[in-house]
Design a protein around this ligand. Sequence first.
Ligand code: ADP
Ligand code: MG
Length: 365
Amino acid sequence: MSNLKVDNLRRNYGSVEALDGMSFDVAEGEFFCLLGPSSSGKTTTLRAIAGLEELAGGAVHFSGQDVTEAPVQGRGMSMIFQTFALYPHLSVEANLAHPLRRSGASSADVKKRVDEVSELLRVTHTLKRKPSTLSGGEQQRVAIGRAIVGRPKLLLLDEPLTNLDAKLRHEMRAEFKRLHRELGMTMLYATPDQLEALTMGERVGVIKDGKVVAIGAPRDLYQHPGDTYVAQMVGSPPINFLSATGSGDNQVELPFLGLPVAAPGVASGQSVTLGLRPHDISLAGGGSSRATRFPAKIHLTEPLGDVTVIDVTARETGMKMVLREEIAAKYNVGDDIEIAFDPEDLHVFDPSTGARLGNGATQKN
Ligand code: ADP
Ligand code: MG
């Protein structure tokens, strides 16, 4: 059952269409991520759902009711912002109690809820302190606590990890998943970071220019991106795009390789864009029998710790691949190698519209 229904929202600032027909549904208890670059309309969408935006059109339904015109208070929603401003002059305890006090809860109730929430978020040891004496991660946990202490039915999260360092972001991703499991709350999480969206979201809505252009489970978006925009938004390092030409008979030609494709309608002489994920390229030898292999030269290596991203060129065509660090360590810039991929991992797109035309096919021998 759909718990939140966002239908064709419109919002403009002068000539800027911040929301241009924003639509998506979130199921009850779901962890839904909105993934989009900066300025694509994420914040405006969350604010519109919370009732903080003047809309030019569209509707928001929540728990079966049209709340488009409903006041902010009483929607049963709570929002966490990118800058998690806490009241600096109040203790952590008073910060957590604030939303409850404002809604007129009894002192006994306030104490009970603050204790519960601080335990859940592991900030009990900070209750008597001022926010400025807490680490960034602790402050963010308190901000989350303040947002959930009133037991909202929907939690709106606007890039809550963007201002934290890499290690904390990693910890907090796990923390959000735990909270979601333990609270069973519906969560709508906006982020420009594909890793956050793919690791946390049960479903992800990909935003472009004020509207959702694709919705799916992370695996579906990764394996079957509907166009080049979605293909490059999802996956890291980003997908390789290679220019090729149809040669008729379900075959395309790269400058260094001819390949069969399952993309009906690709005509002889037609330009196509082939998408090939760095993780789908391997060293030749010992791999799948379906693999297509070709020579390449190592152009650049980028060690990331456990894996190394390798830039290779095959007949002037550059692409990235990913190798485990201990394997990559055996190679140097300038080395000639043979690399391979399974043709079925190829994505075939139309270069002018970006639309998916099909995928690669297994070589017939
Ligand atoms: P995101 O959160 O994805 O970065 P926003 O929702 O903040 O995107 O913004 C969407 C678009 O609306 C952007 O082009 C932004 O510049 C514009 N915008 C947002 N808020 C305002 C505002 N208060 N005044 C003018 N333009 C705004
Ligand atoms: Mg924003």
